[in-house]
Design a protein around this ligand. Structure first.
Ligand code: AMP
Length: 120
């Protein structure tokens, strides 16, 4: 699926719609999920580069490897800052229809704050 620059996360990145940001740097922003699935549910999202971002994990290429590594490390840092390191947390990428991906801009879910149970 080609990247749609009008997806909801692109609008959040351009400050066209509000979000509860918990972190930002030159490469990523993180904000609270509007429909949380756990007491702490944060989305970490790469910023647009020349107006685009990978639409999903399936759209990633070798050229994205370092960015994805930094995305995961950024998520683990945010999880620690949010007090999740001791109890543990889950990081989730959804890719495509069967995974239930609804926003087609790469994002990493941080879920924690309770025992999360089995993955599926
Ligand atoms: P996914 O199912 O992996 O595509 O996850 C998309 C996530 O984005 C869902 O958990 C939604 O609840 C969340 N979401 C959708 N719109 C917003 C929004 N405006 N602000 C924060 N989270 C959102």
């Amino acid at each position: 699926m080609p990247y749609d620059p009008d997806n909801v996360f692109a609008k959040i990145l351009r400050d066209e719609i509000p979000s509860t940001r918990v972190y930002e740097d030159d490469e990523f922003i993180a904000f609270r999920d509007v429909a949380p699935s756990a007491p702490t549910h944060i989305l970490v999202v790469p910023r647009l580069v020349e107006g685009v971002a990978p639409a999903s994990p399936a759209a990633l290429t070798e050229a994205d490897a370092a960015m994805v590594g930094r995305l995961v490390l950024t998520a683990t840092r945010i999880a620690s800052e949010q007090g999740l390191a001791e109890g543990g947390y889950r990081l989730v990428f959804n890719s495509g229809e069967d995974a239930g991906q609804t926003v087609h801009h790469l994002h990493l879910h941080i879920l924690g704050g309770k025992a999360l149970g089995p993955v599926a």
